[in-house]
Design a binder for this molecule. Structure first.
Ligand code: UFG
Length: 329
């Protein structure tokens, strides 16, 4: 039997491209399915590319027919919280309708192992409550709500058709491939660490800290950061979990340690050995005070180890990529 193929939607994006590299290293052929709206063809380096749109079911069917994948990893989504509040229809259509087409096609083509990237935004702002996989979900933005809807679709398709799925609820993703073959590149950029690095090397004047009056030790928001390479390793473990017949399961992907915005800025100053110009700004609408995973289920059950997820390594790898890597349309 030759190498098995895995269909990776969003394989031209930040997390998806790292997943393709991890899948290749694990002996699979990653087939990227991407519409290149936010993804980059330059990031497709580890297997075949199928340009297509999840909203066009014929594109999705074509990819299944052509490649007969043994599993799906579904990353493709719009993922900006602020945008989701201004244009909720975009998020419901793209994230929910697109996912429904994909899930339906997976069942029709008898590809019954499905790994889905969800988010801690499905929990909403629970004011410091420890968030584990059994916590109630109260999303406070359309992005989180759209991801939760897809989780619900998967539950129903499991019950009706036996579609096995692993749902990963991500906390904050950071870092880049240590070999800088792929990395984080959004246009426009909205994420904290790449924005700090832009301020460090003069691509922007300063980092604006969104809110310094939160109820946290230094007044800035706290997040749980996971190295993108650790994150995608969990996906390979999750796919193998399904292949071993262990059944559908939800896993948070976080470390259980929180860093404030100021702590991330301080660490960046340290790693780059350069000043970080900052402005203290107003709160950003939709931001939660503190989001930290309270679960180590992925560690105990999947055997996951988040050993690259220390802030120094995440910033070091992001900085290396920042200095060397770029994609062009
Ligand atoms: N921040 C700043 N200044 C900036 C950008 C960010 O102070 O210029 C702060 C934010 O207020 C937040 C922290 O840095 O406290 C991290 O912000 P990011 O935008 O990097 O990440 P978020 O926590 O907002 O978002 C992430 C994912 C989303 C997901 C969300 C869950 O990117 O996809 O977590 O809340 F939905």
């Amino acid at each position: 039997m030759g190498e098995q193929k895995v269909l990776v939607t969003g394989g031209a994006g930040y997390v998806g491209s790292h997943a393709c590299k991890a899948l290749k290293q694990a002996g699979f052929i990653p087939v990227t399915f991407d519409n290149l709206v936010t993804g980059w063809q330059d990031a497709v380096k580890f297997g075949p590319f199928e340009r297509g749109d999840l909203l066009n079911k014929a594109d999705v069917d074509r990819a299944f027919k052509e490649h007969a994948p043994v599993a799906v990893m579904h990353f493709a989504a719009l993922s900006q919280v602020g945008e989701s509040m201004q244009e909720p229809g975009l998020y419901w259509q793209n994230n929910v309708m697109g996912s429904l087409n994909l899930i339906q096609a997976a069942v029709e083509h008898d590809c019954m192992d499905f790994v889905f990237s969800s988010t801690c935004a499905t929990y909403g702002d629970q004011d410091g409550v420890v968030l584990d996989e059994d916590s109630a979900q109260y999303p406070i933005n359309a992005y989180g709500a759209s991801k939760r809807a897809v989780e619900n679709i998967l539950t129903d398709f499991q019950a009706a058709y036996g579609l096995n799925h692993v749902i990963f609820r991500y906390f904050n993703i950071a870092g880049a491939d240590p070999e800088a073959e792929v990395g984080e590149f959004h246009q426009p950029e909205t994420h904290l660490i790449p924005l700090i690095l832009d301020a460090v090397d003069g691509k922007r004047d300063a980092l604006t800290i969104f809110g310094t009056d939160y109820d946290t030790p230094d007044g800035t928001c706290i997040r749980d950061y996971v190295h993108v390479c650790d994150l995608v390793d969990a996906h390979v473990l999750g796919m193998n979990w399904l292949k071993d017949g262990k059944g559908s399961r939800i896993f948070n992907l976080g470390t259980g340690h929180g860093f404030s915005v100021r702590e991330v800025v301080d660490q960046t100053r340290h790693v780059t050995n350069r000043p970080v110009p900052i402005n203290n700004g107003d709160r950003r609408p939709g931001d939660c005070t503190k989001l930290v995973s309270g679960s180590l289920r992925a560690v105990s059950e999947l055997g996951w180890s988040a050993d690259k997820s220390n802030m120094k390594q995440m910033i070091t790898d992001a900085w290396r990529w920042h200095q060397s890597g770029t994609y062009t349309k």
